[in-house]
Design a protein around this ligand. Structure first.
Ligand code: UDX
Length: 424
């Protein structure tokens, strides 16, 4: 099938590369000329495991990029919308890109005779498809939903660092629409997947995405709360999480305690759902608590450093790990950033290293010292803070230096000589 994908960010690019690998002819559309050029030059504009190899194999035969939305929409049967829905100050999401792209697609569809399906991948609060996407597309295209125009909400559940793996082995596919023809068109793309396909209405599909991320974030804040209690009692939370996770009703996943969750999804999605609920007159107490516990975890880490060093001013601190998790170059909402800010305020002497996150953080904090390796940072410092679970941090020689671990990087019997964990 011919497919166009509007928005070549993380989600759009993975969707594009994945569908092209399945045999479809895919064109990515983006307003960013540099990004478009990079894709056509077979250079992925983001780092994601396996993406480079795939792009090198698929461009230009089955995957290309363009800035020309009209052409891409006219030559395809389905358009995936993968534009950003960034947060505003109180957590609500901005829908201006979504609104604009729906208008642009609708205007192109006005000149198209053959039926066309618009599939929404962007994370949007429940009600958005029904009240914004469908009316905008109908108004600008002059068509009606179910009569030449299809719209489906098809949320993504991709983890950065294993996004391609998640694309090809999903737990489920969710297709939400009031138009069965749109759902059936989307289903044909996913026939090779062996997972359940759940058909819902728009609102249910939109909410499944938010509820899934809120549930995972809740598990993390929950184990961090248990971890904070365990720490006060000298109990290793990792052992506790293992014991708890063996209950099949709970499961072992997302029970790693530490400095809290970051990234482009959990903080933003939980905030957006909380904001939506407040708008509706409901105070979502669990969601509030999930965010509150998460905000405090970096402070717990700082407390440990202060307890060890006393006054932080002028102290030489190695800070290992900037990205919000390993196997990505993404530092969005990374707990490392709030920890750095606090150290900078307290005038610590920082030596910073991360295998992939330095370029992004250097633009935010150009005045800080960035080391060429973890070992170099450790050698210059009197204390070490580990903030991302990069496997290479296990191999560093820490000697007698105190290592404070926010991510449980080491197996219990392989921990450095002087060591403390945030919740263990
Ligand atoms: C998440 C969701 O998992 C994915 O389904 C969604 O569509 C996009 O958001 P991602 O943000 O890439 O994916 O990373 P994820 O692996 O879920 O981790 C998010 C954050 O939680 C990271 O900062 C991670 O370090 C932290 N985390 C995760 C924990 O602190 N403990 C855990 O047990 C698991």
């Amino acid at each position: 099938m011919n497919i166009s994908i509007s928005g070549a960010g993380y989600v759009g690019l993975i969707q594009a590369a994945g569908l092209a690998k399945l045999g479809h002819k895919v064109v990515c559309v983006d307003v960013d000329r540099e990004k478009v050029q990079k894709i056509n030059d077979k250079k992925p504009p983001i780092y994601e495991k396996g993406l480079k190899t795939l792009i090198q194999r698929l461009v230009p035969k089955r995957l290309t990029a363009t800035t020309n939305l009209r052409d891409a929409v006219l030559k395809s049967q389905i358009t995936f919308v993968c534009v950003g829905t960034p947060s505003m100050i109180h957590g609500e999401i901005k829908l201006h890109q979504m609104q604009k792209i729906c208008e642009d697609i609708g205007q192109v569809l006005r000149e198209k005779k053959a039926p066309h399906v618009v599939a929404i991948k962007s994370t949007v609060v429940p009600g958005t498809c029904q009240t914004i996407v469908v009316p905008t597309l109908e108004r600008t295209s002059g068509k009606k939903l179910g009569d030449g125009l299809g719209v489906t909400m098809n949320p993504e559940f991709l983890r950065e660092g294993s996004a391609l793996e998640d694309f090809f082995s999903p737990d489920r596919i969710v297709l939400g629409s009031s138009d069965q023809k749109s759902i059936d068109a989307l289903k044909t793309l996913y026939t090779s997947f062996k997972c359940p396909i759940l058909e819902t209405n728009f609102g249910e599909a939109e909410m499944i995405k938010y509820a899934s991320n809120a549930m995972l974030a809740t598990k993390i804040s929950f184990i961090n709360e248990i971890g904070n209690i365990c720490k006060k009692m000298g109990i290793d939370t990792n052992k506790v999480a293992k014991g708890v996770g063996l209950d099949y009703r709970i499961g072992p996943h997302f029970l790693r305690s530490g400095i809290g969750f970051g990234g482009s999804c959990f903080p933003k999605d939980v905030s957006a759902l909380l904001h939506k609920s407040l708008e509706l007159g409901y105070h979502a107490r669990i969601l509030r608590a999930v965010l509150d516990v998460n905000k405090d975890q970096p402070l717990k880490f700082l407390e440990l450093v202060e307890n060890t060093l006393g006054n932080i001013k002028g102290k030489r601190i190695a800070l290992l790990g900037l990205t919000f998790k390993a196997e990505t170059d993404d530092v969005r909402e990374s707990p490392s950033l709030s920890i750095i800010k606090e150290f900078v305020m307290q005038q610590a002497q920082l030596y910073i290293f991360d295998p992939m996150g330095i370029p992004a953080v250097r633009t935010l904090f150009p005045q800080l010292n960035y080391a060429k390796s973890a070992q170099e940072a450790v050698d210059k410092a009197e204390i070490v803070c580990i903030l991302t679970e990069w496997p290479e941090f296990k191999k560093v020689g820490y000697g007698e230096k105190m290592v404070i671990d926010g991510k449980n990087v080491f197996e219990t019997d392989k921990r450095p000589k002087n060591y403390q964990g945030i919740c263990w």
